[in-house]
Structures are given as structure tokens and as C-alpha cells.
Design a protein around this ligand. Structure first.
Ligand code: C2E
Ligand code: CA
Ligand code: CA
Length: 335
């Protein structure tokens, strides 16, 4: 802590001197030892800043110093605001997850031929987060992944969703990131949890993204082959959104592809998009792969997609993701 009477410049000079002391090489009998250090600091602003906020901001600045090898960094509200928000989410997430406050929502996927629900997609939600707007999965999933918490989150939301799914004939689609797929004992743990709820692997769909095909392909394919051997179904999510070539259909062992909703957004207006979708459906069918389309937001798109021979549909027009409200006795904590 430094008194404001020091002024910004003198604070900076003091910290630079401290950094120099810390990083001065140490000479010993074993040789020279170089020590790295990163310092983040913040000036308490006019807006009231509590002690924890001050530490938090300094910590964010320190992390920027570390990543960018800057040595000493002062917190900058403009540059560091995104990191500050994400670090606030990180702090809250570390508490919310073990407390069971990350909840399961389910969104229906229907069969185009008869309109019946064939599958339910498991999506994470964080109601009552305490933030002005509850963080969306796109805000907290990457953080959970960085913290290595995605599996814990999956086991927890799964144990909420499985009792609901067990009482239906539908499949349960779960989103699996590449890091989860190759985490130790992933398939064994998943198998144990679904067995506890008497849901066979044939009713579980693993939704993976094209990322799986970009790195460690051999290792990832081996896990996917093993998953299919155990009876799980493998679905390629967000197909047509990224950089994947058609070769991905050959490279990965797949049961189903899900055409990305960005694709669908342009469908009504663009004849070319319609042609691409038609050709993709036909290609998938030739390869024996089921074709699903997500992001269906109106009757018109649904009719178009149906006319192209797609097998399954998902989207707000068909059904919104809804929080699972299982009786408390069914909400067993994940182990
Ligand atoms: P996703 O796998 O592509 O999931 C579908 C997303 O589209 C969901 O967003 C869903 O709410 C949204 N959606 C569904 N129908 C429509 C529609 O008609 N129009 C539009 N505009 N959107 C629609 P959400 O729940 O915000 O999830 C975003 C992404 O976060 C998911 O994309 C998925 O990749 C990831 N995610 C969500 N929950 C989990 C989870 O529990 N684990 C993991 N690993 N990832 C998750
Ligand atoms: Ca998905
Ligand atoms: Ca998707």
C-alpha cells in the first residue's frame, strides 16, 4: 500500500525498483538463477473501490503483465475491463459450481417426419448468478474450460437431467469439448453416471465440434471410436460454421451432423444457401449420417428444411431450452 501523497509517478518508480530487485539474477555455487516477477497495481479511483475490488483489479493487471512479459503494469479500466469481468465470473463460478447453482436446461430436437421429440440437448444455465445479467454459456463455458471445471459441470448438470430423460424415450445430447473428450476416464465416468440412472449409452449423443479434427486427430478419433464401440452416438455440432472441409466427414467417425444456425439464418433469402443445404443433406445421407438442423426460428424455415429432406430440427420455434425442475429427491449431487 502506498499513500496517495506519493503520486502516480513515484509509485511507478518504486514498483519498477522493486521489480528490479526481485528479478536481479542470483549467483550461487550451482550457477546463475534467473527469477521472473510480474507486478500489477491499481490507483484507488474516485468511484468507491473496496479492498477486494482493488486486489481484483491489481490481479488482472498482474496477469496482463505476466502474459505480455511487461514486468510492471498499472490497471487500465479500458484495456482490462473484459479481463476484470471474466475474472469476476471466474470467482463466482468457483463458488456456484460446487454449490449446484449451475443448472441444466433441456431443448427438444424433433424428428421432421412425425414431429415427435427424438432428443433433448443439455445446455448449462446460471440462474440467479448475482450479476446484472446472468452469464450465458458463451461467457462462462470458456472460463470453466480454462479452470478445468467442465467435467464437474457436466456431471452435475447430467445428474439433474438424467432422471428427466430416463422417464422418456428420447436421447440426451451433451456438448463435449476436445479437452473433456481426452480427459482421463471421461468415457468410464460418463458410463457410470448414465448407468446409475438406467439410461443406456445408445441414448446418449456426444456433440463435438470440428476443433476435434484439428488437433490430436488420431487420439480424438480413438476416443470417438471407443465411444461408439460402447454404444454412444457421435454428433458433429455447428457443421458449416467454421473452417472444416468436407473431408471432416470422412475423418471423424460420425452418426449425425448438425447444420449450424448461422447457415439457417440466411436460408430464406439465399437460393445458394438452399442449394448448399440440399447438397449437404444428400451427401450426409449417402454416407449414412443423420442430418439435423439447428436454429429454426419460424414455420417458413422449418418447411424449407423439411423439403430438403433433413431428418431432425431444433430451434426456438420448436421449443426453447427450459430449466430442469426435477424434484429435490432426484437431484443427487455428482460425485
Ligand atoms: P450449441 O451447442 O450450438 O447450442 C445451441 C445454442 O443455440 C444454445 O445456446 C441454444 O440456446 C441456442 N439456440 C437454440 N435454438 C436457437 C434458435 O432457434 N435461435 C438461436 N438464435 N439460438 C438458438 P446457449 O445455451 O447459449 O449455448 C451456447 C453454446 O455453449 C452451445 O452452443 C454449446 O456449445 C455451449 N454449451 C452450452 N451448455 C454447455 C455445457 O453444458 N457444456 C459444454 N461443454 N458446452 C455447453
Ligand atoms: Ca450443441
Ligand atoms: Ca450448435
Amino acid at each position: 500500500l502506498m499513500s496517495p501523497s506519493h503520486g502516480r509517478e513515484s509509485a511507478d518508480l518504486n514498483l519498477q525498483a522493486l521489480h528490479e530487485c526481485l528479478t536481479a539474477p542470483i549467483y550461487s555455487e550451482a550457477g546463475q538463477v534467473s527469477v521472473g516477477a510480474s507486478i500489477g497495481w491499481v490507483v484507488r479511483g474516485t468511484a468507491i473501490m473496496g479492498v477486494s475490488e482493488i486486489f481484483h483489479a491489481a490481479d488482472v493487471a498482474m496477469r496482463r503483465a505476466k502474459v505480455e512479459h511487461l514486468g510492471v503494469v498499472e490497471f487500465d479500466p479500458v484495456v482490462d475491463s473484459a479481463a476484470l469481468a471474466s475474472s469476476a465470473i471466474e470467482l463466482a463460478l468457483r463458488q456456484a459450481l460446487p454449490a449446484g447453482r449451475i443448472r441444466a436446461a433441456l431443448q427438444p430436437i424433433i424428428s421432421v417426419s412425425d414431429g415427435k421429440i427424438v432428443s433433448l440437448e443439455l445446455l448449462a444455465r446460471w440462474p440467479g448468478s448475482g450479476f446484472p445479467r446472468d452469464p450465458a454459456p458463451n461467457d462462462f463455458i470458456p472460463i470453466a474450460e480454462r479452470l478445468g471445471l467442465l467435467n464437474d459441470m457436466l456431471w452435475s448438470t447430467l445428474s439433474e437431467a438424467l432422471p428427466v430423460v430416463a422417464g422418456t424415450n428420447s436421447c440426451l445430447a451433451i456438448n463435449v469439448s476436445p479437452s473433456q473428450l481426452t480427459s482421463r476416464l471421461f468415457l468410464a465416468k460418463l458410463s457410470a453416471i448414465i448407468a446409475r440412472h438406467h439410461v443406456p449409452p445408445q441414448r446418449i449423443e456426444l456433440e463435438i465440434t470440428e476443433q476435434v479434427a484439428f488437433r490430436n486427430v488420431t487420439e480424438n478419433c480413438a476416443v470417438l471410436d471407443e465411444a461408439r464401440r460402447l454404444g454412444f452416438r457421435v454428433v458433429l455440432d455447428d457443421f458449416g460454421s467454421g473452417y472444416s472441409s468436407l473431408a471432416i466427414l470422412d475423418r471423424l467417425p460420425l452418426d449425425k451432423i448438425k447444420l449450424d444456425r448461422a447457415f439457417v439464418a440466411e436460408l430464406k433469402e439465399r437460393a445458394v444457401t438452399q442449394k448448399i443445404m440440399q447438397a449437404t443433406v444428400s451427401l450426409a445421407h449417402d454416407l449414412g449420417i443423420v442430418c439435423s438442423v439447428e436454429g429454426i426460428e419460424c414455420a417458413e424455415t422449418a418447411a424449407l428444411v423439411a423439403s430438403f429432406g433433413c431428418d431432425q430440427m431444433q430451434g426456438y420455434w420448436i421449443g426453447m431450452p427450459e430449466l430442469v425442475t426435477a424434484p429435490a429427491c432426484l437431484l443427487e449431487r455428482a460425485s
